[in-house]
Each structure stands twice: as C-alpha cells, then as structure tokens.
Design a protein around this ligand. Structure first.
Ligand code: ATP
Length: 202
C-alpha cells in the first residue's frame, strides 16, 4: 500500500482538502478519530491510562478527563512520554488494521489524515507527505474567525505546533490554501491526477 501523510497547521484547511480528496474517491484514514477511539470507555487504552494516571483520569460518565490529563502532561516531558507510550502503539496498530482492510478491498493508495504528523514523527512511516499550507496572516485570521479566539489565544495555539514553514520544507506536495477555495481545488485536482499517473507507472 502506498501511504501518503496529509498534514498542515491548525486551521490551514486540512478538512477542506480531505473533503475534496474524498470526492475524487481517495481512501482516507482519519487519525484524529483513531486517537479518540483508543481511549473510549471500556477500551484497553483507557484502562492503561487510568492505571498510570489514577482514577482522576476519568470523568463521572466514564470518559477520559482530557483536561486533567492535559494538565498533568503539560510541561512534564516524562509524563507526556508515559502517555504517548500507552497511546501511540494502540494508534499505530489501528492504523495498520485499517490499512490492511483497505488493501484487502483493493485500494492501492491511502491518505493518513494526521494533523500532527511531524510532531509525532510519522514522516518515515509514509511514502510521501502532502502539506496544506496557508500564510501566517491568513492562518491567524481563519483560526480567530472559526473558533472565536482572540489574537493571543489563536497565536498561542499556532505556536504550540511546529512552524508551518518548517513542515513545508519537509513535505513533498504543497497545497497552498491561502487564496480562494477554487484555487485550492485546482491544486488538489492536479496533485490527485499526478498521483494517479505516478501510481499507474509503478
Ligand atoms: P484544524 O486542524 O484546526 O481542525 P483544518 O486544517 O482542518 O483545521 P479547515 O477547518 O479545513 O482547517 O479550515 C479552517 C477554516 O478556514 C474553516 O473555517 C474553513 O471554512 C476556512 N477555510 C478553509 N479554506 C479556505 C479558503 N480557501 N478560503 C476561505 N476560507 C477557508
């Protein structure tokens, strides 16, 4: 299976590009959903989190207390690593399972929709990376508009990720989503058609 990582910065337009790719018939694995599902109530993942972080890691309704876990791992690299050592293998396993299912269904290419691909070091797992790029000013404006954040709140979230220009230099295909949706769609369509040609030649 040929694996493509699809990533970007916060509010750069990944969901917008994913919905375009879905319309062309691309197979896409949503890694955010997987990351949520591995700690659903009753899951091995959530049990392991509670063993490590205590029952405070649970809310009354049995779901994971994300605010508590977030406060424990914030600025505590050792705790963050403990959490990642629980979650990452489960996420990797589920990604592998979904890839195997798609392969069985006859798919030759899959996109891994993974907002934090570089942050979790998945670039060597995939064959190439597509980055949805926006310039810094547009990213700030769109994030403030979409989430109702003040400028400082939006900047804090943008700065908690790898800088988008660094991600850009590590990616093989760039979709620049700074301008109109039409301009973005032209680029996505062209990149998709190129991909199909490349796959045919393999
Ligand atoms: P996140 O990872 O933060 O969830 P994302 O990268 O998936 O975000 P989107 O939700 O697709 O980003 O886009 C961010 C916001 O910008 C949305 O409100 C979307 O409607 C808007 N947007 C995306 N592309 C464009 C565009 N080309 N022109 C104008 N607005 C856009």
């Amino acid at each position: 299976m040929y694996k493509i990582g699809l990533t970007g910065g916060i509010a750069s337009g990944k969901s917008t590009v994913v919905s375009m790719l879905r319309q062309y018939g691309a197979a896409i694995i949503d890694c955010d959903i997987i990351a949520r599902d591995v700690v659903l109530p009753g899951s091995d993942g959530l049990r392991a989190v509670v063993r490590t972080f205590g029952t405070q890691a649970l809310l009354d309704d049995g779901t994971m207390n994300r605010a508590y876990i977030g406060s424990v791992v914030f600025n505590n690299p050792a705790k963050k690593e403990e959490l990642e050592n629980i979650l990452f293998p489960l996420i990797r396993q589920e990604i592998r399972t979904q890839i195997a299912q798609l392969e069985k269904a006859g798919e030759a290419v899959v996109f891994l929709d993974m907002p934090l691909l570089f942050e979790v070091k998945y670039q060597s797992y995939v064959n190439e990376v597509w980055l949805v790029y926006v310039d810094a000013a547009t990213q700030l404006t769109r994030l403030m508009a979409r989430n109702g954040y003040t400028k400082d709140e939006a900047l804090a979230r943008i700065r908690s990720q790898f800088p988008i220009d660094k991600k850009r230099s590590l990616s093989q295909v760039i979709v620049d989503n700074t301008a109109s949706l039409e301009k973005t769609e032209e680029q996505v369509k062209a990149a998709w058609n190129q991909l199909l040609l490349r796959m045919d030649k393999r």
